[in-house]
Design a protein. Structure first.
Length: 816
DNA sequence: CAGCCTCGAGTTCC
DNA sequence: CTCGAGGCTG
């Protein structure tokens, strides 16, 4: 069984750090010996990594060694040498936790906020499994604990690894800390050879209150709520501190297993309890959706008396074989959902509305609030989405049902959507100040002053400044260095922003020349005077002085007036980065090494990093898989340009026709308008071919194709791409997906009825195995799976001589 | 052509 | 985490 998408290596296998005795049980002599050994190993690894550029051990192993050394040094402070590899400057505390890959991804859950969502969930599952509305379908219901998820790996019954969820794929190794939690057994008897138990670490209300009292008494920091207290406690560098914190653990799921825990969710949970884990006593089996809803109501009633925080009820399909059939979407299982309790709300005053400018130029209004506690957290900002949201109208200008226009000075009801994002639920009109005026949304970018335009049918107003706009430039850079993009260690959002403001980096390519400029003693991209520009208004000058005062103070430079900004920038320009306050030899060396490492980058990451509108991680990966080489992508886009232009002209013609028709009060003749535009400027065949190659890629439609074409044919933007690519050493094509699967890279068509699985399932399986599923048979089709009742598609396949198999042969082929 | 599903973009707080 | 919208399916 197992819905395990076991493409990732099991965590912690190659590094037997766990075989070594607990730090707590080490003698001083043994510790000293191990410190010497770890120090040697880390030095050697550093040398291999930085000097020879050929890492001898993996990052995870390196982190594991380092983590062990930190633990020993924490227990025996006298063993911490002044030149210990753990003393690297600038490494934030979280770096001390090794990163570990989960053998089986830790997913999040889809949320349901009302009865209807739950009924939709049930209906969707029935549809997917081909079950009628009356068919018996059992679920489980259990309280959703408000803590943090943890994965515990047991090998031969011994706890070898505890990892936080992280991004679901990679978490942090917190084994030493987890060992101090009473509910987490260090050893299990009669456990499977490999067992990954997943559950929630939490703190009870009573323990939380006592902890905060203790913290207050010793002048330590107190926590806002039990969840933060639990998170803060688990992520202590010193396991000794974690041991003092009253953490608890409920088990409710599992990752990699060497043998099944049972046939159903209920059985598996019972087995976890039998193995010695705490499982939530309110977990129960529910027959059908009505039973789920009454379980929800009952658990909500008992919420206040449980003694720990819960934020909803989790429903799961009980039968594990059905869970396996249902499988996963990109980040959530199809067989589970979290039915949330209504969010807590609080009233406060909206002080003012500010506008932020995003990477794509979107102007987003944010409400600055009088700080207020909502659900245990102090909230001082809330999103206002867009212009219409504030005005209380929808995109068509019609008033939103119950919508009110939101004004500065209003009293507003705040809640945290999904317990995270603060939003405004209501406005108290009776308390509105008499002088409150409707908010006027700016029609120019507040950062660069360019016009901010709202395209027809679009809900957001966008700054048209493009790369001219500093806000957009910074946001693009932040996107570039973000985790799913270039992910340069030591160069986070904060740093790129600083470097941008100091004029050391203006575009991605500049990151790769920074070290050379630093060495040459001239990091700035243009002379300080030129960078600061000529005359300005008095207010602008004051703003600049304030901005640079704040920016430069942490670097040890005091700014009193405008005249001092230039010289300060010039002084920084000459000073090697390693000598600037806040930086050190080691952190600078690490930063430059991290930048060097990224001269080799996956094509998908590169495409995503460019920050082209509509092109996210998935589309970028899809493009990379198709083109495999950067020049091929660029060539296709160059070739497709006339077709893209034609597409845009056709769109504009359609739009114009729509407007004309509306004015004249007749029905628009869109096809005609399109046709006319097309006839005026015919598209060369190569361009048409390139355009269809593009739009034939899974997930790439005309909007994405146009956006890509725009980016590549806009000269300044294209030049920036080319400069960046010129600075890279190697662009790595994506790994062929599941190359070992018999259908990898093939194009498959399903036709007729399928009896043993639904069409959705069959498609999902085929995609997971690296195949492309389409629904029309063509010369490009590799395989047709025909069930009973197959008609024209099967005939066409036969005509074209395409391999056609039945459902049983298909099942045999994919091995299930 | 109309729903449905997924992806992309923007946002908050610690 | 949510909303809007792009793309695919029927």
């Amino acid at each position: 069984m197992g819905h395990a998408i076991a493409v990732l290596p099991p965590c912690g296998r190659s590094q037997p750090v766990s075989d070594r005795p607990d730090v707590a049980s080490l003698t001083h002599a043994a510790a000293a010996e191990e410190v010497a050994r770890l120090t040697r190993a880390l030095r050697e690894a550093n040398r291999a990594y930085y000097v020879e550029d050929s890492p001898e051990i993996t990052d995870a192993d390196y982190d594991a060694l380092k983590r062990r050394l930190v633990a020993i040094e924490t227990r025996f402070p006298d063993l911490r040498a002044p030149d210990s590899p753990t003393r690297e400057v600038g490494a934030p505390p979280s770096e001390a936790f090794a990163k570990v890959r989960h053998a089986v991804r830790m997913l999040s859950l889809e949320n349901a906020f009302g009865e209807q969502d739950v009924r939709d969930f049930d209906a969707r599952i029935r549809r997917y499994l081909n079950l009628g509305p009356e068919a018996h379908l059992a679920y489980t219901a259990e309280p959703k604990i408000d803590g943090l998820s943890l994965s515990l790996r047991y090998e031969k019954g011994v706890l070898v690894l505890a990892a936080t969820r992280g991004d679901g794929e990679t978490g942090e190794n917190v084994t030493e800390n987890a060992r101090t939690i009473r509910d987490i057994p260090a050893r299990l008897t009669e456990a499977p050879a490999v067992l990954e138990v997943r559950g929630e670490v939490y703190m009870s209300h009573a323990d939380f209150a006592a902890l905060n009292e203790r913290q207050a008494a010793i002048g330590g920091k107190t926590f806002a709520n039990p969840r933060n207290a639990a998170a803060g406690s688990l992520r202590q560098l010193d396991p000794g501190v974690t041991a003092q914190r009253p953490l608890r653990f409920f088990a409710y799921a599992w990752g990699e297993l060497s043998e099944p825990l049972g046939r159903t969710q209920m059985q598996a949970v019972a087995r976890l309890a039998a193995l010695g884990f705490q499982v939530n006593p309110l977990t129960r089996e529910c027959d059908g959706v009505e039973a789920l809803l009454s379980a929800w109501a009952e658990i909500e009633q008992r919420r206040a008396t449980l003694g720990y925080d819960i934020d909803g009820v989790v429903y799961k399909v009980n039968d594990l074989a059905l869970q396996a059939r249902l499988g996963f979407r990109s980040t959530t299982p199809r067989w589970a959902i979290a039915h949330k309790f209504p969010a807590e709300t609080a009233w406060t005053r909206l002080e003012r509305i500010e506008i932020q400018v995003g990477r794509t130029g979107a102007l987003s209004p944010v409400a600055r609030l009088m700080p207020v506690t909502v659900g245990g957290v102090v909230v001082s900002n809330a999103t206002l989405h867009n212009e219409d949201y504030i005005a209380g109208r929808d995109a068509q200008g019609k008033p939103i049902r119950g919508g009110k226009d939101i004004r500065e000075g209003d009293w507003v009801k705040v809640y945290r959507a999904g317990d995270v994002i603060p939003k405004i639920a209501d406005v108290d009109l009776s308390r509105r100040p008499a002088d409150a005026a409707p908010y006027r949304f700016p029609e120019a970018c507040p950062v660069c002053g360019s016009p901010a335009i709202r395209e027809e049918g679009d809900s957001v107003r966008r700054c048209t400044g493009g790369l001219i706009c500093p806000a957009q430039a910074v946001e693009k850079l932040r996107h570039f260095v973000s985790r799913p993009a270039f992910d340069i260690e030591g160069l986070g959002a904060k740093q790129v922003e600083l470097f941008y403001r100091l004029n050391w980096i203006a575009e991605p390519a500049d990151i790769f020349t920074l070290e050379a400029r630093d060495r040459a003693g001239a990091k700035m991209l243009s002379a300080p005077e030129a960078f600061l520009g000529a005359e300005r208004s008095v207010e602008r000058l004051e703003a600049l002085v304030a901005e640079y005062r704040e920016l430069l103070a942490p670097l040890g430079l005091e700014i009193a007036g405008f005249d001092q900004i230039g010289p300060a920038l010039a002084a920084l320009d000459r000073t090697p980065l390693a000598e600037i306050r806040g930086w050190g030899e080691t952190s600078v060396r690490n930063l430059f090494a991290a930048i060097e490492r990224r001269r080799e980058i996956g094509l998908g990451r590169l495409i995503f990093a460019l920050g082209i509108r509509h092109v996210g991680e998935v589309a970028a990966q899809e493009l990379a898989r198709h083109f495999r080489q950067w020049p091929d992508l660029a060539a296709c886009l160059d070739a497709a340009r006339p077709a893209a232009q034609a597409h845009r002209r056709a769109q504009q013609a359609e739009e114009a026709e729509r407007r004309r028709a509306r004015d004249e009060g007749r029905r628009p003749r869109l096809a005609e308008a399109r046709e006319r535009a097309r006839a005026e400027a015919p598209v060369p065949p190569q361009a048409a071919a390139a355009w269809s190659e593009l739009t034939a890629i899974d997930g790439i439609g005309p909007v994405l194709a146009l956006s890509l074409s725009d980016a590549f044919s806009n000269p300044p933007e294209r030049a920036a791409f080319d400069r960046l690519v010129g600075r890279l050493q190697r662009i790595v094509p994506p790994e062929a997906v599941a190359a070992e699967s018999p259908i990898a890279g093939k194009t498959i068509v399903f036709t007729g009825a399928l009896e043993k699985m639904t069409r959705d399932e069959a498609k999902a399986r085929a995609k997971a195995l690296g195949a492309k599923v389409t629904d029309s048979v063509s010369a490009k089709t590799d395989l047709v799976v025909a069930g009973p009742g197959a008609g024209s598609k099967a005939r066409k396949a036969a005509e074209l001589g395409i391999e056609t198999i039945d459902e049983d042969a298909w099942l045999a082929l994919i091995g299930s």
